[in-house]
Write a protein that binds this ligand. Structure first.
Ligand SMILES: [Zn+2]
Ligand SMILES: [Zn+2]
Length: 194
């Protein structure tokens, strides 16, 4: 894997700005890959699945540093609102979940007391803080369903209400009828015209 500074620069370029989230995300990704025995994620991209649990800055850094992609099904977004990510080696089945500790925010003062601006201080401190203070690390078991694996679509059904094709087993069965999630009521949108 390349060094921290190189990876951070690439991540900043992709994300659009330098922020504490980039520092956290790059460090998280480097650590996560190392923990599951992946030296170079770009070489071992077919072995790596990453779950991110928040749609904020650090998740971009994790994706850029590891090379996982939503469109390749190697990046999974689980909308937990938690600054955490899990790194899963498909070959060895090893997985680690890493989360950013809440007290790392307070600790920023200890590591960079000379910097008064909070954002600047976090940027600096998160770069130098020991892993054990910045992150909580736990080994976990991940049971990735066959339908959630990368590769060609393994299952396609048609919603009995709207006729949309639903892939990868995401359909809902209700009263022995097959629906897409929106038709089953699990929806983020409402049609303006009916
Ligand atoms: Zn950012
Ligand atoms: Zn439908």
């Amino acid at each position: 894997m390349e060094d921290f500074e190189t990876l951070l620069a690439r991540s900043v370029e992709h994300h659009g700005h330098l922020c504490p989230g980039q520092v956290i995300g790059v460090r998280m990704a480097m650590l996560g890959c190392r923990l599951i025995g992946i030296e170079d994620p770009f070489k071992d991209i077919n072995k790596l699945i990453v779950f991110v649990e928040i749609d904020r800055c650090a998740s971009d850094a994790i994706a850029v540093t590891t090379g996982v992609k939503l469109g390749r099904r190697s990046l999974k977004f689980v909308d937990n609102g938690i600054m955490a990510a899990s790194f899963f080696n498909l070959e060895t089945r090893q997985a680690y979940r890493i989360s950013a500790t809440e007290n790392s925010r307070d600790l920023a003062k200890k590591y960079a007391p000379h910097i008064l601006d909070i954002r600047e201080r976090q940027l600096h401190a998160y770069g130098m803080m020991p892993t054990s203070e910045l992150f909580k690390i736990e080994e976990v078991k991940i049971d990735l369903q066959n339908l959630d694996m990368p590769g060609p679509t393994k299952r396609k059904v048609v919603c009995e209400k709207c006729g949309e094709t639903v892939r990868d087993g995401k359909e809902i069965l209700s009263d022995s009828r097959v629906y897409c999630r929106p038709c089953a009521g699990d929806t983020y949108f409402l049609p303006l015209r009916t």
